[in-house]
Write a new protein. Structure first.
Length: 291
């Protein structure tokens, strides 16, 4: 999806990309919903206002993310996006009152230092690594997108207590499609057949990604699934080299390694704490004697 968005961003405005991505994502999403027997109950909610606000945040994140892809090498945009889970830890403390101890705070600080290492690649006139599309503005947009992505994740953490994942995804796609449609008067470009198919494919692949990620959490815990998100860097580096003929600088790779290492530490630390809480809860539960 990201590869198609980056290719299409040279011809179509960001609002048009967001609209196609969101609307045609509904094809695999609704197919999945029907397969699970949740149609039309998936539309039932008593918190439409929360869905609207979550979609405003999520749509803004998508706009910024697609803009970053249009301005940066795909590997760089992916690497900066890894800051979002670290920022989520901070926002969860501020807005959800979650308790974070010194180990996770240390990991977050180290991870954000890694982000600064990546951003330092955009300071000064020199361009390393053979990249031809480095943009300071793109870096700022990518960081802003990561922050809004973290804010969106914080909202979703609250919403999943009362709303199903399918309902959240469906309303997000619908609302974001409408938000993006508002940009129609600001210079959409009529796509040719090839462009239309590419835009539709980006939406379908994006929807498939959402469905597969949601399904993965049905078969494994978050601490097991989350590390696989970092394998996206393998694909980003491959696409960057094969499709766009760019390779990230050593500084960017170093910063990415720091961010990924910090992110993995946070994930495994949360897993360990979850296991300890479960053991403590079992130990405090009185056992019923056999008759």
């Amino acid at each position: 999806m990201a590869t198609l968005i980056k290719l299409d961003s040279a011809r179509y405005p960001i609002g048009e990309l967001v609209c196609f991505r969101s609307f045609f994502a509904l094809i695999p999403v609704l197919a999945w919903v029907m397969w699970r027997g949740q149609f039309p109950s998936v539309f039932h909610t008593q918190r439409i206002g929360r869905h609207f606000l979550r979609s405003v945040s999520g749509a803004s994140t998508m706009f910024l993310g697609f803009t970053a892809l249009s301005l940066l090498p795909i590997a760089d945009a992916t690497a900066i996006g890894y800051a979002a889970p670290l920022m989520t830890v901070v926002l969860a403390v501020v807005f959800l009152g979650e308790k974070v101890r010194i180990y996770r705070w240390s990991a977050v600080i180290v991870g954000l230092i890694g982000v600064l290492v990546i951003l330092s690649d955009y300071v000064g006139p020199d361009v390393e690594g053979g990249a031809t599309e480095r943009s300071g503005l793109g870096a700022i947009v990518a960081v802003s997108g990561a922050f809004l992505g973290a804010a969106t994740s914080t909202q979703v953490r609250v919403m999943v207590r009362t709303e199903s994942a399918a309902t959240i995804v469906v309303y997000f796609s619908l609302f974001t499609s409408l938000f993006a449609l508002v940009t129609l008067p600001f210079g959409w470009v009529m796509p040719d057949l090839t462009g239309f198919l590419s835009l539709v494919a980006a939406g379908i692949f994006g929807g498939m990604g959402q469905v597969l990620m949601t399904q993965s959490f049905r078969y494994g815990g978050a601490s097991m699934i989350a590390p696989f998100d970092y394998t996206s860097m393998i694909w980003a580096l491959t696409v960057s080299l094969v499709v766009f003929n760019t390779w990230p600088s050593q500084r960017m790779l170093l910063g990415t390694a720091i961010v990924i290492g910090a992110g993995l530490f946070v994930i495994f630390r949360e897993r360990r704490l979850g296991i300890e809480r479960a053991r403590s809860k079992r130990a405090q539960t009185p056992t019923t004697p056999l008759n």
